[in-house]
Structures are given as C-alpha cells and as structure tokens.
Design a protein around this ligand. Structure first.
Ligand code: SF4
Length: 351
C-alpha cells in the first residue's frame, strides 16, 4: 500500500489534493455559500449564527461581489474552498462565484467545493464548465456501507469524466473504513477530518457516547487513532487533525493577510498577528499638541499613522519616546491584533 507521510500537528497523508496543498499554505479563502442544509449530521459543526441563508468569505459577510474579491485580495488567496451548509442548495450562486473568481484571478485560482448531495451528470458538467477544479462528496453516515449502490458512485464517476479532481471528505469515525475501501475502488481521494466537539453538536455527540480526547482541545478521543488504523485501506488518503486547522492553517492565513495588509511599522508575529504602538488621545486639543511634538522628533512619516482615536506608531519608536510623550490624559500601549480591519485585539500592553 502507499507511503504515509507525517504532516504538521498530527496530520498525515499518502495523497494531498491540490485543494489541500493550497489550504496547507493558508492560501485558500473559505466561501461559505449558505448555512441552510437538508441533512442532519449529528456531528454538524456549523454554528447557530451561521445556520441562515447568508454568504461569508472567511469571517466577512458578503453583500456584494466586491466583498468576495476584497477578501480574496486581502489574503492574497491562491484558491477558494466552497462550503456550507449545502452549497448546491444555491447552485446559481455557486456557479456565479466560481465564474467571478476565475474571471478576476485567472484559471490558476484553484476552486474546490464540498457537497453532501450526489449531483447528476448535468450539474457536474455545469460546475466543471464554470471552472470548478475539485469536488469533495460528503455522503451521510447511513450510506457509508452501501456507497457502491448509491448515486455517489455515479457522481464520482461523472465528476472525474469532466476532468475535475474527485474525492470524499468525512469525519474519522467508525464506518469510515467502508468508505476508504470504496474510495480506493473508485480511485478517488479520501479526506478524513478529526472529529471535533462544537457548541452545536455537543449534546448529540455526548448522547452517542463520544468523549473529548483531552482537556485542552475539542478533538474526539479515538478519531485520530481510527484514521491511523484505516490509513492503509485507501491509496489516496489524508487525515487532517483539528489542531492542524487551528494551529497551522489559520496561522498561515493570518500571515498571508498580514503580509498583504500590514503597514510599514506593523511587526508581523509568527502567529500572523501584528504588533504596533498606540497613543490614545481623548482630548482633540492635546492631539494637536502631540502631532506637533512628534513632528519635532523627525519620525519617518511611514513609521506612524494618525487616526481619529489616536496615533499608531512603530512600537519600538514608542518604547524610546514614551517618557517624552507621556501625560496624564494619554494612554500608551503596545497592541497585538489580528491583521485586518476590526481584527480582534489579542493583547494590549500598557507602557
Ligand atoms: S452536510 Fe454538512 S452542513 Fe449539512 S448537516 Fe451535515 S455537516 Fe452540517
């Protein structure tokens, strides 16, 4: 059977689809088409607030096409992963966004899509014609041991006939061994996700006696070991651990965003957050004084930025100047923040 390569954070694989390769670089934008879905998987991770008919690109709610393009540019995305809910409930929207992304970023902007449906030949041809590169089927658990006799077998065959890369993506739980053997016979890839507890699936998972692996993560005990046990049942297999998604994928995406959006004086951390100094000046008259004081100190203009709530400045410059600019009404901090507009502040260190 094929060689298993150990990846970061407990992930491993014998095969990585193009979509996964780009995702591992943090270069895939996540386009969440709709939170609606007719399925009822006990392990569904979709959050309560996302279970609506709304579209998001990463964390950004989409109102116009411009929002999608802005988010992709901000992270310098090399590709997009279309997900939900069930994206094919909004097929027109899926086709529209595939064309929008290909038209704006070119044919090399790689697009993959998840679906719990088993679409027919016509739909798969429409998706491929629009530019979809890779499709990942997510059959329901109750069909895992009869996949050969379901429409998923046809959908995989038709998808491959269109030239798309085809695969199956499911959580790594009991029964996935049957899917691994089926995927091997169907010559498609199999992605196994480490099963995780979430706010929305915890009750159902506890009723089914799933347990947390440890105190620090949301991973389910035994999910990783199960993937290891069945890894030789399929030649093209990839186990993606939950810590990989948090520790590696997100970090790499933040670093990409920071590299695109950071100001000359923002320091990018190895976690993809940015550090900068901030002088909070509530009094507008004092702000005029501060601007004058700073102008006298020959600070390169690209090393600071004047904002309505104060001044952002290189933290190392603020460190040096703090004794000169301090006064009772000004608050001086070094700020660590997610690298986008309104990004979450991780830490605020007073000076
Ligand atoms: S198919 Fe996906 S979105 Fe739908 S219920 Fe299952 S896990 Fe949730």
């Amino acid at each position: 059977m094929s060689n298993i390569i150990q990846g970061e954070a407990g992930s491993f694989y014998s095969f990585l689809s193009e979509g996964c390769k780009l995702c591992q670089q943090g270069a895939k934008m996540v386009l969440f088409i709709t939170g609606l879905c007719p399925k009822d998987c006990f392990y569904c991770p979709v959050s309560e607030e996302r279970r609506i008919d709304a579209t998001y690109a990463n964390e950004r709610k989409i109102l116009t096409d411009k929002d999608v393009l802005y988010e992709a540019r901000q992270m310098n995305a090399l590709g997009t992963g279309i997900t939900g809910g069930e994206p094919l409930l909004r097929k027109k929207k899926v086709l529209h966004y595939i064309r929008l992304l290909k038209n704006n970023f070119g044919p090399l902007h790689h697009i993959h899509m998840y679906t719990s449906f088993a679409p027919d030949k016509e739909t798969l041809e429409e998706l491929a014609e629009a530019g979809l590169d890779e499709i990942r089927f997510h059959p329901p658990v109750d069909q895992w041991n009869i996949l050969e006799d379901t429409n998923y077998a046809d959908s995989i065959k038709f998808a491959k006939e269109t030239g798309m890369e085809a695969g199956i993506e499911i959580p790594s739980i009991d029964g996935a061994d049957k899917v691994a053997l089926f995927a091997d016979r169907a010559a498609c890839f199999l992605n196994l996700n480490e099963l995780e507890f979430s706010d929305t699936n915890a009750d159902a998972m506890k009723k089914l006696n799933f347990k947390l692996r440890d105190e620090i993560s949301n991973s389910v005990a035994g999910s990783e070991e199960y993937a290891q046990r069945i890894s030789s049942d399929c030649r093209k297999i990839h186990f993606c651990s939950s810590s990989y998604k948090d520790a590696v994928q997100l970090r790499k995406r933040l670093i990409r965003i920071a590299e695109t959006t950071a100001r000359a004086f923002d320091e990018i951390s190895e976690d993809g957050t940015i550090y900068y100094g901030h002088i909070e000046v509530p009094d507008p008259d004092d702000m005029k004084i501060l601007k004058y004081e700073l102008s006298e100190m020959d600070i390169p203009c690209d090393m600071m930025e004047i904002n309505p709530d104060g001044i952002d400045i290189a933290w190392w410059i603020l460190e040096d100047l703090k004794e000169y600019v301090k006064n009772p009404s000004r608050k001086l901090h070094i700020i660590e923040k997610y690298p986008f507009k309104d990004g979450m502040i991780v830490e605020k260190i007073p000076l």
